[in-house]
Design a protein around this ligand. Structure first.
Ligand SMILES: *Cc1c(COP(=O)(O)O)cnc(C)c1O
Length: 344
């Protein structure tokens, strides 16, 4: 791995932590807070949020098995994805490599940040080919984006190929584990001690059932977390989000129950899809959704829309011609979907 100083953008590296105005050292033991121009009324909403999310990180640390200093929190993982570009990629000079198809935000934020995005198609069966992926990099490649389980394909990438990329690349490897709660695969967030160049992402938006609070997590080497802290807006995680996230973490049994139910529903729904004459192929899934190749995805998508059922049409996505991405719903939602499809 290259030194972080070489990987980070020069202007970011040079920012001193004091410049970020996240801290007032005189505040730690204060009883009376007259330092932040908040009015003293309308408690508790008058106060700014904790910019370090200390309590939330302490709890997350226990649940996720990662030390607090190795955790960075964003306004959804989407914010963290954008911040990775702002920390590491010099616009119009640096580039990133990603798999295709994958989560669209990696490309969208590359475009916004004016960073070249190199997409390497997955192999047959949406498998990761480390050698082919690494071949797309050059001296200006700062980041490789991996997503496992991958969206929209649903499958986990092979661990050995991911490891080959981590070992074979001298820049940052991001592994987006948004769907890892649905998968038995090994978690890369537990490997951050072994590999200083990885950033593992996770979110409250999927298995944790809290997409509305916007809380994304990055797990990484402490030096990487420090760089992200230099770039973040001081109060990117509001107090209501921090409170709701703590509440979610206190109700972990709910998540385990939801995952169990969804996995059961997924297997029934996938089996039913295989029997549909209008379905040509169902791809294996480690997520709470699956990809299905249909006879005519565009018309089926339109038909479902007219019936008030929203699925995702992936037909225009590389390697996904005629594919729909179906999120697993409740038992009754799934049977309504199947009923509609049987009448198509
Ligand atoms: C849904 C999803 C996310 C979640 O993003 P948030 O901003 O945390 O809601 C992240 N990565 C992938 C691959 C996803 O599909």
């Amino acid at each position: 791995m290259k030194a972080l100083q070489e990987l980070a953008r020069k202007n970011i590296w040079q920012i001193s932590p004091d410049e970020t105005s996240l801290d007032n050292p005189g505040k730690d033991d204060a009883r009376i807070f007259l330092d932040a121009n908040e009015i003293p009324y309308n408690k508790p909403h008058n106060r700014y949020p904790d910019p370090w999310q200390t309590k939330l990180k302490a709890t997350l640390s226990q649940v996720k098995g990662v030390a607090p200093e190795n955790i960075f929190l964003g306004n959804g993982s989407d914010e963290v994805i954008d911040m990775v570009y702002r920390v590491f990629c010099e616009p119009r000079r640096d580039n990133v490599v990603a798999i295709a198809p994958t989560y669209g935000t990696y490309k969208a934020r590359a475009d916004v940040n004016d960073v070249e995005y190199r997409a390497v198609p997955l192999s047959e069966g949406f498998r990761l080919d480390a050698q082919k992926t690494l071949a797309a990099r050059d001296a200006n490649t700062k980041v490789i984006w991996l997503c496992s389980p991958n969206d929209p394909t649903g499958n986990s990438l092979q661990q050995t190929e991911i490891e080959k990329i981590i070992m074979g690349f001298d820049g940052i490897v991001v592994i987006d584990e948004a769907y890892s709660d649905f998968s038995p695969a090994k978690l890369f967030r537990s490997e951050i001690g072994k590999h200083p160049n990885i950033i593992a992402l996770n979110t409250m938006s999927k298995a944790w059932g809290r997409a509305d609070i916007r809380l994304g997590m990055a797990f990484a080497n402490e030096q990487i977390v420090k760089l992200l802290n230099k770039v973040k807006l001081p109060y990117n995680i509001n107090t209501l989000t921090q409170r709701h996230a703590l509440d979610a973490l206190e109700h972990r049994q709910d998540v385990e129950k939801w995952v169990r139910m969804l996995l059961q529903e997924r297997s029934q729904l996938m089996k039913a899809f295989e029997y549909l004459p209008i379905c040509e192929r169902v791809y294996p899934s480690d997520s709470n959704f699956f990809l299905a190749k249909m006879t005519d995805a565009r018309s089926i998508y339109k038909y479902l829309t007219e019936k008030g059922i929203a699925v995702r049409n992936e037909s225009d996505v590389e390697l996904c011609e005629n594919c729909l991405r179906v999120t697993v719903g409740t038992k009754s939602e799934n049977s309504e979907l199947l009923g509609a499809l049987r009448q198509f």
